[in-house]
Design a binder for this molecule. Structure first.
Ligand SMILES: *Cc1c(COP(=O)(O)O)cnc(C)c1O
Length: 430
């Protein structure tokens, strides 16, 4: 009986799955039988892992692990319910105090993920009479939040200040009569370090524009927190813009090695989110162990150890950028631990990833919808946990991969599936 229903349902779904496969976009989960670290175990083999966002190697750091274990011993595992329903556990409270101090803002609020953070914060702040202006390459959670808010959505070309200004001019003129006394709210959202391209937003100029046109600014520091600035707070702080950015957002799941998301900003912002952010109100609080682990990670980031780890990370970035010169892979210039090796066609990126895997390198292809169609890439991320030997092996394999590729390429057939097409690469740097 049950099987009959299942098979009919599966027939309904099959064409869509077939279409995904036909486009080279089908994905499956790959089981990892070890901690997430610079090396991972897949099946019976060990791989060097160049795919995680664990930039400082804190996801499996002894001090972070110990903090999580202690929290489980003191507070158990589950949080029981939403924090507004059954009370807010001490680890969550302490984490928010620590975050506010770390980011040098009056207050902070945490959510169960970065995704839930964007959804909750943007829909709490904007409604149908408002306008949201986003960079073309912002993360899916911001796009989804913008749509869910019902606000008018305008997208500016990636890091294009002229386009942003044109939209802000339009926004300043529009909408005013719709609500008698209130102007529409206009919110600009950008990432500081872009997740798939590893490039950096012109934050100073964006702040200048948002002042000129009376807009608010939200900056997603998912890939900058823990890495930039004297105190490793992120790029907003490195550019000394903290008091000028209304909403600072980030995740606890990348350099901070744990899980969850946060908003840092004014006390009133945090109070409003506690009362209006639906992904906060209607969701069970994260594990107290998540919060305790994130606190331990923040403590490390702010310490001398954090300074050493970030120094080591930037050293690895330098080594790889230098070494790429001996391969046929090119990477757009930038200053982040995310190095996109753009391949282009989805199938070609998949084959390149497969070839790397044969050589013990875990570096999956990133495809649509994570990036635009035909912009598939090997998204290489580095960590302070990588050893110089790991980097040498990566570069040797990448050099061999390009050579292997060139040998097999028939004369004139420039579009080999493994060839990182030079024209695409050049376009991405411009
Ligand atoms: C990863 C990411 C998020 C989502 O954070 P999670 O904690 O993984 O849900 C949000 N924004 C950006 C830019 C990201 O890269």
């Amino acid at each position: 009986m049950r099987h009959a229903v299942y098979s009919e349902f599966e027939r309904d779904l099959a064409p869509e799955l077939d279409a995904i496969r036909a486009q080279g976009l089908h994905r499956v989960l790959r089981e990892i039988g070890s901690p997430q670290s610079a090396h991972v175990r897949i099946g019976r083999r060990d791989f060097i892992n160049f795919s995680a966002n664990d930039y400082l190697g804190l996801a499996n750091h002894p001090r972070v692990r110990a903090a999580a274990i202690r929290a489980i011993q003191c507070y158990g595992v589950g949080a029981g319910a939403s924090r507004l329903i059954c009370g807010s556990l001490s680890p969550h409270q302490r984490l928010e105090e620590d975050l506010a101090e770390y980011k040098d803002t009056p207050a902070a609020l945490t959510f169960s993920s970065g995704y839930a953070t964007a959804l909750g914060a943007i829909t709490a702040l904007l409604g149908r009479d408002d306008i949201i202006v986003i960079d073309k390459l912002v993360h899916a959670c911001i796009v989804d939040a913008a749509r869910l808010s019902g606000a008018q959505l305008r997208v500016y070309r990636h890091n294009d200040l002229n386009h942003l200004e044109a939209i802000l001019q339009w926004a300043a003129k529009t909408g005013a009569p719709a609500r008698a006394n209130t102007r529409p709210r206009v919110l600009v959202v950008t990432e500081s370090v872009f997740s798939m391209d590893g490039d950096i937003a012109p934050l100073r100029e964006i702040v200048g524009l948002k002042h000129r046109y009376g807009a608010w600014l939200m900056v997603d520091e998912a890939h900058a927190t823990g890495l930039y600035g004297e105190h490793r707070r992120g790029l907003v702080d490195e550019f000394s813009l903290s008091p000028e950015v209304e909403i600072q957002m980030g995740t606890l799941g990348k350099a901070l090695g744990s899980c969850g998301g946060y908003i840092c900003g004014a006390r009133a912002l945090i109070d409003l989110l506690i009362n209006r952010a639906r992904s906060f109100i209607f969701s069970t609080a994260p594990l107290p162990a998540h919060a305790a682990a994130a606190r331990a990670a923040i403590r490390i980031v702010r310490s001398r150890l954090g300074e050493r780890l970030s120094h080591r990370l930037w050293q690895r970035v330098h080594e790889v950028r230098q070494g790429l010169g001996n391969t046929r892979f090119e990477c757009p210039p930038g200053h982040s631990p995310i190095l996109p090796l753009i391949v282009g066609p989805e199938q070609a990126a998949l084959r390149a990833a497969l070839e790397l895997r044969r050589h013990g390198i875990h570096l999956p292809a990133i495809r649509y919808p994570s990036v635009a169609r035909n912009r598939a890439r090997l998204r290489l991320t580095l960590s302070a946990a990588h050893s110089p030997g790991d980097i040498r092996q990566l570069l040797t394999v990448l050099a061999g991969l390009a050579a292997f590729n060139a040998q097999r390429q028939p004369r004139g057939a420039r579009r080999s599936t493994l060839d990182p097409q030079p024209s695409t690469l050049r376009a991405s740097t411009g």
